[in-house]
Each structure stands twice: as C-alpha cells, then as structure tokens.
Design a protein around this ligand. Structure first.
Ligand code: AMO
Length: 597
C-alpha cells in the first residue's frame, strides 16, 4: 500500500513556509464543518496544524477532495497535501497558529472507531480508562512531552557517565533470590524443577562483583523489580541509573552526583543549579522535619517536648518519657480553626503511621483548648508555647512514641498541613536539592526480634563505629547517603564493605548463621577472598528523576505502560492465568481452586 508521505511534521510550518506545497501525515484531532468550508486539525507528536477544505477555492473544488474531507472523523489517520497560506485569524496558542494548509489532495490512510474518550488535554476520562487504552492516552501532547524529557534524560546520562570514564555493562535479569528489602518476583525454572530465579530488586551484588572484576567505574540504566505495595512514586518495575566505583570516598560520589544533576537541570530545564548541595545528617533531618527525605522548601519544623512534659499527669506522656521515648509537637500555624472532622482526619493519618493516638491542642484566646490541657501545668503550658512559638489561632499536634515513630508521624502531619494550607503552591517552582547522610546502619524489627540492614547488608559502617558491632549495634552509623529533591528520595547509595571479616560481622549482626550467609551470599563472600577493592556507589530512580523534571507527582505519567496501584496492567490484563500445560511444564501445581480457573 502506498500513500503520499509527509514532507513536514505537524509542528514545524511557519509563516516563512507560506506558498510552499506540503504534505502532512497524522491523526484528525478535530474537524469543524461550516458547509462550504471545513477545518481539520491534524496532530502528530510534533504538534497540530490546521488544514482547510474550501469549496470556493479552485484547488479544493475537486469534488473528490471535499467528499474525502467530509468523511473524516476523530483519530482517522490521514495524508493531506496543499499549499501553505496565512491564516486569517491567527491562533497564538499554537506554534503553527499563523498558517494553514489549503488542501488539494487528501487520503484516508486508516479509519478509526469512535475512541472511548476524547483525546484532549482536558479529557474527563478516568485514569482506569486512560490506562486501559494507554495507546490512545499516549497521543496526548502533555504525556508525550514527558517521554521527550525522558529520552533527553537517557542521552545526557549516557554522555555524562561516558565523559567520566564509566563503562556501561549489563547484568542478568534472571538471578539468585537474595534478601534486599522488598519481596522478590520469582521465575520458575523449567529445567531445574522446583527451583526459581528472582528478578533483580537492583543489580547490587553484580555491580560489586564487577568491581572485584576490575571495572572500576560501572553504570547501567537498568530495570529493577520489587514486589511491594505501590504508591504515587512506586512501581513494581522501575528503572535505575545504577552506579558503582572503586578506589573512591563518599565525597567523590556525592560530587559526581552533583555534577550529574547540574547537567540534567541545565540541559533539560535550562536551570543553573547551585552546588554543592546541602548535607543533612539523618538524625537532624528526623528531628527537624520528621523525615529521612525532608521537603525543606518550607520550614514548619518539629520541636521536641519530652523534657517539658515528662512530669505531667497525662499517662501517655508519662509512660513514653519513662520508656526513653520521645514527645514532640508540630505547630500548624493558624489552624485552630480546623473542625472536628479536620482534626479527626489528622488523627487518622497519624494512626496510619503507627500512632496510637494524637494529642491536639488549639491555642485560642490565650488558652489551651484540649482534653489534655488539664494535665499540663501553667508552667508546662508556657514552656510549650515558648518552644513551639505558638500564638493565638495556632494548632499544636503532639505525638508521643518511640523516637523514630514519633517524628515520622509528625513529619507526615507536617506534609499534610502543608497540602491543606497550600503552602507548597507558593514555592512550587523552587527545586530543593540535598543529601541526607550518616544513616543508621541497622534498624530493629520488633516483629522478627532482630536487626535488619537499613540500606542493604553490604553497606559499610563508619570505621569508628566498627567496635559497636559487639557493644551497641543500634548506635552504629553507615557510610550511606540519599539524594533528595523536593522531599522525594531520588537516589540512595553507600560505601560498601569490602573486607570479608567485616561482612561476616555484618551478617552476624543481621542474625544470619554462617551457613545461611554462605548459602545466600556465598558467591560474594567468595569473591571477597580474592582482592576486593574499596568501592561504593549509588542508584538513582530514573522514573522519579523524570517526574521531578517533568513536574508531575504521578509516576505513571512517566512510564509508557505502567501498572495500577493494585499492580495490574489494565491494557493487557496481566497478571493472568496460564494454561494447565504451561504449569505442568514448570512442575507447578496451584493450591487455591479459584487460581486454577
Ligand atoms: P534503593 O533501594 O535506595 O537502592 O533504590 C535506589 C532508588 O531507586 C528508586 N526506587 C524506586 N522507584 C520507583 N519505584 C520503586 N518501587 C522504587 N524503589 C526504589 C528510588 C531509590 O532512591 N542497590 C541500591 C543502591 C546502591 O546502594 O547503590 C538500591 O537499589 O529513587
């Protein structure tokens, strides 16, 4: 099948092209029929151009051309040829808005059924519908723009790391299941029945092995897979820019990161980013903002009140203080006006983050309005006012729990108040770059009654903290760092343990027996016997980076074919059942009857 091929795309013709004979190929975005005149907008990924069928003009008088124009409907794929002319009334919203094409030849390349929703920027279609017909949704200019940014992002990334002497090396997608934090996606082996590969949560171990293999600078844009609950910034399969280097220190990795971010912002947004970025220690980030990825575009800092209220008669505070917990407050300025419904919603939010309750104090007409007011002496009340800076009309939210949970709850409330009070609307354009450093090495899991690695089991402790393995593992700090932009964790990394004896101590602290460690990570420990260089690295969430650059809060906007929050692909209906024969080949028998349908 032949057709008249385009001479230009739908976004490039200008007044300087007036008089040229051109052909456009694209989709019918809209069609207005005014009787003797028809206006059709043709769309492709470069833009929209108006073409005109004009019965009064000789060129269009040809009955065939006009009849073809009449047949056009939304989303038909067409080829339209004619001469570029000046538009009578220009449209300054369109790059091509000053010209139009007087059609003298038109071919319908393919018809289209009426789409399930209108493909326009102000579509009223639900997100489910857009995802089910993603290929139609992707025709929207605002979505396509994000993929254009994503493409630029790839190019700059390849270039930047190439210029810095990095080698791109691919690592396996079918690998050994190793505990890394999230749940693995498993792939059954047909040849080795009863055995499974795992899809990588990240290429962490491989990139460390590449360092042992002598590739001192590795980078890879790589798909990672994690079976975890989804959020607005999480997908089960996502992309990382994975980086590892030998013979370096933390500063060198952070400087490389700053240069990379600077280049991305300059080339994609034409924004000059100031470096070096601020570095905040984990403890300080928690104390001031209640988060290890603080959004410091606005202040609203937390303040600790443990000392001030530990002697009060309110039992919850007393018990928490007695057990070495933390009592802290957030001053929501001017929010004493909140209704019961509002404050109940805040309590609910606190509970989602593990709070048993939330103490709410309205400071109105010089008085504390709160069920806990009666437990707080005048002296305590004035100490609270002084510490929180509360004034008439303010709302104090007070949490009491163990240190990290108390601050996390308040950190979440801080973000919620900022949303409700539209504080971020004022600072929307600002970018806030920082590194959070000096994370704890371990975190205690009360459910499992053991320590887990805060970052991953290969993260090195600070040299001066190594003796604490025996004495006080909870107090150990890691050589770990996160890149945070606008309150989103964009990247995380660490210097690695490269000595077998330290790695063994770490596995022991994590509660692995020697045999377990050998079975799970034997190949890594083995490699450490043969001269592992000091090394470290970082991985950036590519999708999150692009979200920030494209100014969207929804990760699905930057992934061509994303999953829903219930990890479903509405377009191809996956996951789906497979045939009994396929299961048999893999030696798998399903146990739940409804899975066998
Ligand atoms: P980490 O687990 O911190 O580190 O991941 C690095 C970055 O990947 C992004 N990310 C995600 N993006 C979208 N959806 C997800 N489900 C998701 N999970 C993580 C985040 C995060 O900062 N191997 C280590 C890195 C290292 O130590 O070098 C790792 O994977 O932006």
């Amino acid at each position: 099948m032949t057709f008249t091929k385009r001479t230009h795309n739908c976004g490039e013709l200008r007044t300087s092209d007036i008089g040229k004979r051109v052909t456009l190929n694209g989709w019918v975005a809209s069609r207005r029929d005014m009787g003797a005149m028809m206006f059709v907008d043709i769309r492709d990924r470069y833009g929209i151009t108006q073409v005109v069928f004009d019965a009064s003009e000789k060129t269009t008088q040809n009955a065939d051309v006009f009849a073809t124009g009449r047949k056009l409907r939304s989303e038909f794929v067409i080829s339209a040829s004619g001469v570029v002319r000046k538009r009578e009334k220009g449209n300054s919203n369109l790059a091509t808005g000053q010209i139009e094409i007087l059609v003298s030849h038109c071919e319908i390349l393919n018809e289209a059924e009426t789409p399930p929703f209108e493909i326009s920027e102000d579509t009223t279609a639900s997100e489910e519908q857009c995802l089910k017909y993603r290929y139609l949704d992707l025709r929207r200019h605002s979505l396509q723009e994000k993929f254009i940014i994503r493409n630029k992002f790839y190019q700059i990334t390849h270039q930047y790391f190439h210029e810095h002497n990095f080698l791109e090396i691919e690592t396996p997608v079918l690998m050994k299941s190793t505990p890394e934090g999230a749940r693995d996606f498993l792939v059954p082996s047909r040849i080795h029945k009863g055995k499974f590969y795992a899809l990588p949560q990240s290429p962490q171990i491989y990139k460390q092995l590449l360092m042992v293999g002598g590739f001192d600078r590795y980078v890879q844009i790589v798909k990672c897979f994690r079976d975890e609950d989804l959020r607005a910034d999480r997908q089960p399969e996502f992309s990382q820019i994975d980086v590892e280097m030998s013979f370096i220190d933390q500063d060198e990795i952070l400087r490389l990161t700053e240069g990379y971010v600077k280049r991305l912002w300059k080339e994609i947004l034409n924004i000059e980013v100031e470096t070096p970025f601020r570095r905040i220690q984990f403890t300080e980030a928690m104390q001031r903002y209640g988060s290890d990825k603080p959004d410091t575009r606005f202040a609203m800092e937390l303040c600790e009140l443990t000392e001030e209220v530990k002697e009060c008669e309110f039992n919850v505070f007393k018990v928490v203080a007695h057990n070495n917990g933390t009592i802290a407050a957030l001053n929501a300025k001017g929010c004493a006006r909140y209704s019961r419904k509002d404050t109940d919603a805040l309590t609910e939010l606190a509970k989602r983050y593990g709070a048993k309750g939330l103490s709410i104090v309205k400071y109105v007409d010089g008085k504390f309005e709160s069920p806990i007011a009666k437990y707080l002496s005048t002296y305590m009340q004035s100490a609270i006012l002084q510490k929180t800076g509360a004034e008439n009309g303010d709302l104090l939210l007070i949490a009491a729990d163990d240190w990290e949970r108390c601050l996390t709850i308040l950190g979440q409330l801080r973000l919620e108040i900022a949303r409700r009070e539209k504080i971020l609307d004022v600072v929307k354009e600002k970018f806030d770059f920082l590194f959070v450093v000096d994370f704890p090495l371990l975190e205690f899991s009360p459910e499992e009654n053991r320590f887990a690695a805060r970052h991953h089991p290969f993260t090195s402790p600070k040299a001066e903290d190594i003796p604490l393995f025996e004495k006080n593992p909870a107090a150990m700090r890691a050589n770990a760092y996160d890149l945070v932009i606008n309150g989103m964790e964009i990247g995380g990394g660490s210097l690695r343990i490269y000595r077998r004896d330290i790695q063994e101590k770490m596995f022991k602290a994590l509660g692995f027996t020697k045999e377990e460690a050998e079975q799970k990570f034997g190949f890594l420990l083995g490699a450490f016997r043969y001269g592992a260089p000091p090394h470290g690295g970082i991985a950036f969430g590519l999708d999150r980076f692009v979200m920030t650059l494209a100014g969207t809060e929804n990760i699905r906007d930057v992934i061509a074919f994303p999953k829903t929050t219930s990890m479903y692909s509405l377009m191809d209906d996956s996951p789906s059942t497979v045939s009994e024969a396929q299961l048999q080949t893999l030696g798998i028998k399903l146990t739940t009857p409804d899975q066998q349908e």
